[in-house]
Write a protein that binds this ligand. Sequence first.
Ligand code: AMP
Ligand code: MG
Length: 275
Amino acid sequence: MAKPPYKIEPGERVNLEDLDTGADGGWERDAAEARTLELGKELGELQELLYAAGQHALLLVLQGRDTAGKDGTIRHLLLHLNAQGTSIAPFKVPTPKEIAHDFLWRVHQVTPGRGETTIFNRSHYEDVLVVRVHSLVPEDVWKLRYEAINNFERLLVQSNTIVVKVMLHISKDEQEQRLLEREQETEKAWKLSVGDWKEREHWDAYTKAYEAALERCSEIPWHVVPADKKWFRNLAVTELLVETLRPYRDGWMEKLAKLGETAKAELAEYRATQP
Ligand code: AMP
Ligand code: MG
C-alpha cells in the first residue's frame, strides 16, 4: 500500500493487519517534530480563515481502540487551534435520554456550524463498533446503521461541512504497554479502567468491526493513521488537516476581501455624512 497515513478509497477492502501500526513514513523524530510545528502553524492560520469566512464547518472524527491516542491527538491539535471556534465532543456510553432516541440524535446536535471546528472523540461509529462487538442491539438493527451513517455524512458535506475521518491504528503490544503505563504513572491513573483489559479480549472482533466500518462508510474516505509512534501520529493528523483545508484558502480569502470591501464602502458612506 501507499505511504502512511493510509487513505481508504470508496469501496476498498480493508485488512488492518496489512497496515503497519509502527510506520513513520521514513521520518526521524526530530525532523518530524519540527515539520509538525510548521504544519501546526499553518493549520492555525487556515482555521482562522475558516472561522472568519464563515462558509464551511470542519469536523474531525477521531476513532481508535482504547489507548490509541485520541486524547493525545486532541491535546496536540489544541496547541494550534483557536479555542474560540473550536469544540471537542466526546462520546461516552449513551445516557438513558440518548438511548431513547435514534443513534444519530446526540451526534447531530454537536456537529459544527459554519465557521466552527469540532473534534469528535469517538463518534457515531461506536454504534457499529462497540455496539456490534457486544451485540448491544440486534444485528438487523446495527446492520442498517452503515447506510444511515453514509446518508448522515453526505448531508453534512452537502451543508458545507468538511469531514475528515481518522482511525488511529495501534498494535496489540503497544496497547498493552500503554495500559501498563497507566498503572505505573500517577498522572495517567485517572484513565485506568478494568474495562480496557476486558475489551482487549475482543481485539479480533473489534478488528472485524473496524474493517466493516472502514469499507462500508468510505464515501467520505477514512485515513488510517499509524499510531504506535505518537510523534508520527501528530505529524500525520496535522498534515492531513492542513492538506484538506489548503484548497479552500483562496476561496476564503476572496470572501474576506469581499467582506472588507463592503465594510469599507459602508465606512466611506458614513464618513461622508460627517461634518
Ligand atoms: P473513554 O473514551 O475512555 O472515555 O470511554 C468511553 C466509553 O464509552 C468507551 O468504552 C466506548 O466504547 C463507550 N461508548 C461510546 N459510545 C457508545 C455507544 N454508542 N454505545 C455503547 N458504548 C459507547
Ligand atoms: Mg478509556
